[in-house]
Design a binder for this molecule. Structure first.
Ligand SMILES: Nc1ncnc2c1ncn2[C@@H]1O[C@H](COP(=O)(O)OP(=O)(O)O)[C@@H](O)[C@H]1O
Ligand SMILES: [Mg+2]
Length: 269
């Protein structure tokens, strides 16, 4: 078990293929302080560095320069597997967060055991199942009655709900959501968003949520960050955010990106 932590990025740069013709500056000096329990929404055009930001926090690859701190501890040099116990992640692809050919209970057993919850050894099946049911029931998807169902038989929404459960159950230091509702149809996406907000607030999770949907970014989270070309170009707190509409965000985006910037998903939403 870990617990929600604060996050700090200091002058983080990430350059892919440095010094070559293919050089990409994905993160160009990110300074960011996120206090414990804050829920931050992140928007930005395609290729602005949103996923790289989350990957950097997760330690998926080394940064080019700068530091990442969790609760004030410098984890910059820790490898991904060393940080993985501290970090919960849900990706866009519903098949990414769970093992498809395994059953619901097998998936949960693995993630719960990873947290070394006492009394959850493989042998104690009835207690373990009861424990799983109590976790699945609040998802409101009836999964508590389908412990033996293979995960690849579940819908995208059900799989994302499971991914969320598995990512948050350990109360990670930080929860990273990368367009985790983008592949779902709107109604299911709304259900998953509500579930996300509920889990985040119940557990007080420090959360970064990337979304291409400005409506969602305005509605959820108490802070909104806009990225462009590897930088944070807009950082709004709860009061500023509340007063905004999608059209204001588009105007702000135009101001920072310039009118010449190609119309992309961000603007089409
Ligand atoms: N693993 C990688 N290898 C090389 N280039 C990458 C890698 N990941 C991202 N990039 C590049 O970094 C830039 C930012 O990408 P990304 O963080 O995925 O943007 P976003 O999530 O905002 O759409 C893009 O130009 C992308 O092509
Ligand atoms: Mg991305």
């Amino acid at each position: 078990m870990s617990r929600p932590a604060s996050l700090e990025l200091q002058a983080v740069r990430k350059v892919f293929f440095p010094g070559t013709a293919n050089e990409v500056v994905a993160l160009n000096g990110i300074d960011l302080e996120v206090p414990v329990g804050q829920f931050v929404s992140i928007i930005g055009s395609n290729g602005s560095g949103k996923s790289t930001l989350l990957n950097t926090i997760a330690g998926m690859y080394p940064v080019s320069s700068g530091c990442v701190l969790l609760d004030g501890v410098d984890v910059t040099r820790q490898r991904e597997f060393q940080r993985s116990r501290l970090i919960g992640r849900v990706f866009q692809d519903p098949t990414a967060g769970t093992a498809p050919s395994m059953t619901i209970e097998e998936n949960l057993a693995i993630s719960f055991m990873r947290e070394r919850r006492s009394g959850l050894r493989l042998g104690v099946t009835n207690r373990r199942r009861e424990f799983m049911r109590t976790h699945l029931e609040p998802l409101g998807m009836g999964l508590e009655h389908r412990l033996k169902a293979q995960v690849n038989k579940l819908s995208g929404g059900q799989r994302q709900a499971m991914s969320l459960l598995m990512a948050t159950e350990s109360e990670p230091s930080i929860l990273l959501l990368d367009e985790h509702t983008a592949a779902l149809d709107p109604k299911v996406a709304a259900t998953i968003m509500d579930l996300t907000a509920k889990m985040v607030s119940e557990r007080g999770l420090t959360t970064l949520m990337v979304t291409h949907n400005m409506e969602l970014a305005l509605r959820y989270g108490e802070r909104l960050i806009m990225m462009h070309e590897g930088r944070v170009v807009l950082d709004l707190g709860p009061t500023e955010k509340e007063a905004l509409q999608v059209s204001d965000l588009i105007d702000m985006f135009h101001k920072v990106a310039g009118e010449a910037f190609a119309v992309d998903r961000l603007l089409l939403e």
